[in-house]
Design a protein around this ligand. Structure first.
Ligand code: ANZ
Length: 923
């Protein structure tokens, strides 16, 4: 074979890898393991665009590199196959989601195979197969049968809780449970009926059904989790979402709030992800204080993180949903209050939180008494106070909080100053500024910390409050009123949920005739005929959410065919956890949080050895589209080239990027692309029509989608792989630009050329390498190794290019140098490397070779040329070997004819030798 021809090489090696099971991996106790995982994709109908493989290429390089380094590498791939889009498509077309999912997966696999990825496909699974979701149901069952023991700080089997109830009721029990759990004695417990006992246990189980205010999306006919709602609209489809209260399955993730926070300190995940998780969990330390309503028995409890500012309280502000609103509203205020409360209902929580500009609220007509100074404080209602956080009531302190300040200003309320050293403005009582309290009764003269402590002591002594930690995180809603998800292994008896036995799993998804809610508004599963237990009990009709299957899939890959356990002991013992996880940051508070929660649960129950499943996480950047634009003259069928656009009254229209090359438009193709342009005229620049360009999201509607298949066909997968890496650091978002891909292709062709003579014949020699050649080789080994370890894969590509140019100019054809180079390049460009490896005479795959060992000694310079300076002027240059002793060097310098001449035979005053740099002589 003469020329480098990827289409002759690549499919051949892909077939060989499959046939020889090159990437099949098994437990091997003689080798250290390394587990590299990609977030498994949801197989959408559109297939992959060039942005998708970015992360897959990076993990593929790492996997192959680690293998060459002697690790036993687990690098699996599968599909997150349940989900909304397939079901929406089913509703529109009547096609069963299983069918479209299958088709989409086939397409994905084909595309992934073409890119030459080293997945162990024997481990593939889909979350929608019964043999997989059997174990999702099984884990659900374990979670249902557990409670969280706060004393032990872990989950325990529900039987241990029942034993406690039977021994001493629930007063001594320190558990994560429903806020409205009544206390009961042993006798009361024993007197409960079975159903009552079950209802009580639901308040403790780690997954439970309860009336919950949910995000209801009428257009999708389902509830959505908080992370599936963006700005009051569904993330998928952008439909409006409203609040609704209904019985729902929940996961008690709040029980794990602290451990989910603490765990972040031990994992190497990107800081922005950790920060998003911390904010989502939202732990804040503060205090609860009761304020007595004037002339009433009622108390208003507030949660504050700044109890030290209590002497600055100007008003009490409660949420419109607060239960005391009717009681507090005086007759003359009723009309105003009612209409305010009504209006607040229509605003989403997010709007209410972020609304800093419009201050709104109403006075109730009532007052509370500040327990510290007996001041009478007016009670307002305002929707910036959220019902679902803290106690739904705020003590407003204008000198401590901007919103409180705005609020008080709006209503013309007096704003007491409570800190001295108001260094900036009255509104900034920043505790870090070391102010001391004034106008603050018992807190006068104290610092922030002292005042906080003193105030808490005060409320505790009086029995009107206590220190309190609050969390923003809420239990996760776990049911979806949809068809295409895991059925719950749950049936109902007397309205009480019961679980199927383990040997009854999986409970398979029944077939239905239409993928829509029933006429009575029940979820689609309500259409399944005879979908009941053998005793005729009704099954749960909701299905599990999209995140169920992805919360534990990383364990399943360790032992994917196991039908006795979700994962066998031996596999768990060996593979332990993911060493390198790659995926999108958009899952920060969804999948990436839920999966940590399930891992901790499985750990508590003793099923796994680790309580964090991924040591390191990297988020790949987004590849944006680079759209091309043609400029159309208004009211004319005429287009003008980019440089002429200012001379015309014109507007940009999108052009399919695939008919543009280096920003030059293929006009004939354009006429086909836009039939209305068939008779258009084109104003050119010179003989070219140049397009403008813009960076936007890669999407069909912008005609900027670049399909990897086309590029593979044209340049080969090896070029595409290296080019994607070459675009920049993997973590960075960047626009796609096909323009540079030729350069990478030329580099691979040049690399290929190193192994061939001018006639195109494979030709290498067994000659011993020169020092210079060895220096290029070892310099590159060092750089590539450092690059992969730092995940700087873009610099690797340029290092390969530099080395190839150097070897080409050295005309190096030596096996001893080129062979290790093939191994170095193999993770990046596996096909060409396999081909060259076999041309070099090897039988097996290059991936069974060992990564070349770097040896420092080849990088050392043998000799160094020193400029010889005499009285500051360079007079000669002399080479010395790098380890020449100084006295010898001095002798040689002084004996040199030129130096002699400048010294005029006299001994110098001083000779200074700076090693590896310069010799200075003072004459
Ligand atoms: C008085 C005060 C003075 C406050 C001050 C802050 C600064 P975290 O937990 O950090 O988000 N707050 C309490 N419950 C609220 C609710 N349901 N809706 C809106 N705001 C609420 O913040 C807790 C602080 O947010 C609390 O501390 C309370 O205002 C307010 F200089 O009390 B603070």
């Amino acid at each position: 074979m003469a020329e480098y021809n990827p289409s002759a090489i690549e499919p051949k090696w892909q077939v060989s890898w499959t046939k020889n099971q090159t990437y099949k991996v098994q437990i091997d106790n003689s080798k250290p393991k390394y587990y590299v995982l990609d977030m498994f994709p949801y197989p959408s109908g559109a297939g992959l665009h060039v942005g998708h493989p970015l992360g897959y290429i990076a993990t593929d390089i790492i996997s192959r590199y680690k293998r060459l380094k002697g690790f036993n590498v687990l690098h699996p791939m599968g599909f997150d196959a349940f989900g909304l889009p397939a079901e929406q498509y089913a509703i529109q077309t009547g096609q069963h989601p299983a069918k479209t999912t299958d088709e989409n997966i086939a397409r994905y696999k084909e595309q992934l195979t073409q890119l030459g990825f080293c997945y162990d496909w024997s481990r593939e699974f889909r979350t929608s197969e019964p043999s997989y979701y059997k174990w999702t149901q099984w884990i659900f069952k374990q979670i249902f049968n557990s409670w969280y023991n706060k004393d032990a700080d872990k989950a325990e089997p529900i039987d241990t809780l029942i034993a406690k109830f039977e021994a001493s009721g629930n007063e001594q029990v320190n558990a994560a449970c429903d806020e409205e759990t009544p206390t009961f004695t042993v006798a009361q417990w024993k007197a409960y009926s079975d159903d009552e006992k079950q209802q009580m246990l639901l308040k403790y189980r780690l997954t439970y059904i309860a009336n919950t205010t949910v995000n209801w999306c009428p257009a999708l006919g389902t509830v959505l989790s908080n992370d599936e709602v963006k700005d009051g609209f569904s993330e998928r489809g952008g439909h409006p979402v409203i609040k609704k209260t209904m019985p729902q399955w929940n996961m008690r993730i709040t029980a794990y709030a602290d451990r989910l926070l603490e765990g972040l300190d031990k994992i190497d995940w990107p800081d922005p992800i950790k920060e998003m998780q911390r904010n989502w969990i939202g732990k804040s330390y503060g205090a609860e204080v009761d304020f007595q309503v004037e002339n009433s028995e009622s108390l208003i409890k507030v949660f504050t993180t700044r109890i030290d500012t209590i002497y600055g309280v100007t008003c009490m502000v409660i949420a419109p949903e607060h239960e005391l609103v009717p009681e507090l509203t005086t007759a003359d205020k009723k009309e105003e209050v009612d209409s305010y409360v009504e209006a607040a209902k229509n605003r989403s929580e997010r709007d209410r939180m972020s609304d800093v500009k419009t201050v709104s609220g109403v006075f109730t007509g009532s007052y509370v008494v500040n327990p510290f100074n007996e001041d009478k404080v007016p009670i307002y209602i305002a929707d910036y106070v959220l019902a679902g956080y803290g106690t739904g009531a705020v003590m407003a302190v204008p000198s401590g909080d901007q919103r409180d300040f705005d609020f008080a200003t709006h209503f013309g309320l007096e704003k007491p100053v409570i800190l001295d050293a108001q260094k900036v403005t009255e509104t900034e009582a920043d505790p870090t500024k070391e102010g001391r309290f004034i106008n603050s009764g018992i807190l006068n003269g104290l610092t922030f910390d002292e005042a906080t402590q003193r105030a808490i002591e005060f409320v505790e002594e009086k029995g009107i409050g206590k220190a309190k930690v609050n969390y923003k995180i809420r239990d996760a809603v776990y049911g979806r009123q949809r068809y295409w998800g895991e059925p719950f292994p749950v049936y109902y008896k007397n309205g009480v949920p019961h679980l199927l036995e383990e040997d009854e799993l999986p409970l398979e998804l029944p077939s239905i005739d239409k993928f829509l809610p029933t006429e009575d508004g029940e979820p689609p599963l309500g259409r399944a005929e005879n979908w009941k237990t053998k005793d005729g009990e009704a099954y749960e009709l909701t299905t599990m959410p999209g995140w169920a299957g992805s919360s534990w899939y990383f364990f399943r890959y360790m032992d994917p065919q196991n039908d006795k356990e979700f994962c066998g002991k031996e596999a768990l013992e060996y593979w332990q956890d993911v060493d390198f996880y790659m995926g999108g940051s958009e899952h920060a508070t969804g999948h990436l949080l839920y999966s940590r929660f399930w891992t901790k649960f499985l750990y508590d129950m003793g099923y796994i050895k680790v309580d964090e499943y991924a040591k390191k996480l990297v988020n790949q950047g987004m590849i944006q589209g680079r759209s091309n634009l043609a400029f159309r003259v208004k009211n004319e069928n005429k287009y003008v080239s980019f440089g002429l656009r200012k001379d015309f009254d014109c507007y940009p229209v999108h052009v399919d990027v695939n008919i543009v090359k280096e920003d030059v438009l293929d006009i004939e193709a354009f006429k086909k692309f836009r039939p209305d342009a068939a008779d258009a005229t084109f104003e050119l620049e010179g003989d070219k029509f140049i397009c403008g360009w813009e960076v936007e999201k890669m999407s069909k509607s912008k005609y900027n989608v670049v399909n990897p298949d086309d590029l593979v066909e044209k340049y080969g997968a090896d070029t595409l792989r290296m080019y994607e890496m070459f675009l920049g650091p993997v973590e960075q978002s960047k626009p796609w630009n096909t323009n540079g891909i030729e350069g990478v292709f030329k580099f691979l062709r040049k690399f290929w050329g190193l192994f061939h003579d001018n006639g195109g014949n494979f030709s290498i020699t067994n000659d011993a390498p020169s020092a210079e050649e060895l220096k290029v080789l070892h310099g590159t080994i060092k750089k590539i190794e450092e690059d992969v370890e730092r995940l700087s894969l873009n610099t690797s590509v340029s290092n390969f290019m530099i080395a190839t140019n150097e070897l080409a100019s050295l005309k190096c054809k030596k096996k001893e140098v080129l062979e290790p180079f093939v191994i170095l390049l193999a993770p990046y460009a596996p096909h060409i490397s396999e081909e060259l490896w076999s041309l070099l005479g090897h039988e097996g795959t290059v991936f069974d070779a060992a990564f070349p060992k770097f040896d420092e000694k080849y990088l050392k310079e043998e000799s160094k040329e020193y400029p010889i300076m005499i009285n500051g002027k360079m007079r000669a240059k002399i080479s010395f070997s790098v380890d020449a002793p100084k006295d010898e060097m001095e002798k040689t310098v002084l004996d040199n004819d030129v130096v002699q001449k400048w010294l005029e035979g006299k001994p110098p005053k001083k000779v200074i030798i700076v090693p590896n740099k310069i010799v200075n002589i003072v004459a």
